[in-house]
Design a protein around this ligand. Structure first.
Ligand SMILES: *Cc1c(COP(=O)(O)O)cnc(C)c1O
Length: 405
């Protein structure tokens, strides 16, 4: 065994960090699985020491040294997930929230609290992110532009530039280096939910803020909701203070599940991406499909426009689950114009490339042939309204649809 004193920091591969980051102290603690700390409060007989910790947090926003005083300041289990995600994204820090929307809210509030209420954003974004910016719910004002128009859209009070790449739901990609250049000194936020750090690390391209709906690939099993912002420690401190003041904390059980999810993230994303690329290829040559969207960087999301009624495809799947959300071990399909992007004004939606015939599929870990069989049968499904019996099929609901529909 190597002498610990001679050990130098080594750069490890992402797959190794995914399994080990945030767990460095476990052996020392005599543990293998990370402990879950569900405390909402922490006992202390030293009120002066508590006061000093509270003051330190209020002035700096640094993680408290010693017990966190109260769970809205910090939680050791959630902190393990934050440490691990920061490692994977290549940032100094990360701050976790109750959901992706809570994370975006905190970023906007940090900037608005500095008087920087203007946001420049590129469509399409996830429907609710679009809505949060467009409705001005947090007192922000948004200018929508394409990537080439970012520099001209900046104002003295611009606090943030926001892009999503690959974007939800069209999988449109932006050149992060070019966008970063156009931002000048304004922080660039990249929503990296679709790519995950396995396929893309926006901080390496100069993004100051990397946002995730952890509900998706990071959790990976459709059973935990969370959000996280990976960034430098200076911004993280402001985010922690906003999180403390507004309360959008991640539950420690969710922190545990997200840390566990990260350990299989590279394996899940690579396996699902291989299947998604295969399905995208098959859909491209299918006469029932008008257009396929698949990112140049790969990934487990495939979007496609059908010639027929997209609602018939949704009604026709049996193995694939017709449901919103993404990034789970099982394959999901949904109709963005009806569900994920319903909240976006119809004209804004269409001009952002979200066609009414677009379907968005999140490919899971099932066998590609089983998925293709289900998809191709759903594409042939007769309109559900005129033939209700065809939707039910046989008792197990997976009987191939009769030929000729
Ligand atoms: C789902 C999603 C969000 C919102 O995250 P929640 O965890 O649902 O609040 C933000 N961005 C993208 C790209 C998403 O897919």
């Amino acid at each position: 065994m190597e002498n610990a004193a001679s050990a130098v920091p080594v750069t490890r591969a992402l797959a190794t960090d995914a399994v080990h980051a945030g767990r460095e102290d476990l052996a020392e603690l005599g543990l293998h699985a990370p402990p879950i700390d569900l405390s909402t409060t922490y006992p202390s007989y030293d009120a002066a020491g508590e006061a000093a910790r509270i003051d330190a947090f209020a002035t700096t926003g640094a993680r408290p040294e010693g017990p966190p005083v109260y769970a809205r300041l910090d939680n050791p289990t959630t902190a393990r997930f934050e440490t691990a995600l920061a490692k994977l994204e290549g940032t100094e820090s990360a701050v976790a929230f109750a959901s992706g929307m809570a994370a975006l809210t905190a970023v906007l509030l940090v900037r608005a609290s500095m008087g920087l209420r203007h946001v420049v954003a590129v469509r399409p974004l996830y429907g609710c992110s679009d809505h949060l910016l467009n409705a001005g719910l947090l007192g922000t004002e948004v200018t929508w532009t394409d990537p080439a128009g970012i520099a001209d859209a900046l104002r003295p009070d611009t606090g943030l530039v926001m892009v999503e790449t690959p974007a939800n739901p069209t999988l449109a990609e932006v050149d992060l280096r070019a966008v970063r250049h156009a931002c000048g000194s304004v922080p660039l936020l990249v929503d990296n939910t679709f790519a995950t750090p396995v396929l893309q690390r926006p901080a390496e391209e100069g993004a100051r803020l990397v946002l995730h709906s952890a509900t998706k690939y990071l959790g990976g099993h459709g059973d935990v909701m969370g959000g996280v912002v990976a960034c430098d420690e200076e911004f993280a401190r402001k985010l922690r203070q906003v999180r403390f003041a507004t309360g959008g904390v991640l539950h420690p059980m969710a922190g545990y599940l997200l840390l566990r999810g990260l350990s299989t993230l590279p394996v899940r994303v690579r396996a699902a991406s291989t299947t998604a690329a295969d399905l995208a290829r098959r859909l491209t040559t299918d006469p029932r499909v008008a257009r396929v969207h698949y990112p140049s960087i790969g990934g487990a999301m495939v979007s496609f426009e059908v010639y027929g009624d997209p609602h018939d495809v949704i009604a026709g799947v049996r193995l694939i689950t017709p449901a919103v959300s993404l990034g789970s071990v099982d394959t999901l399909i949904q109709h963005p114009a009806s569900i994920s992007h319903r909240i976006v004004d119809v004209n804004d939606r269409r001009s952002a490339g979200v066609s009414d015939r677009l379907l968005r599929m999140s490919v899971g870990l099932e066998d590609v042939e089983d998925l293709w069989r289900d998809l191709t049968e759903a594409l042939s499904a007769r309109p559900a309204r005129s033939a209700p019996s065809a939707r039910n099929g046989s008792a197990d609901g997976r009987q191939p649809h009769p030929v000729g529909r």
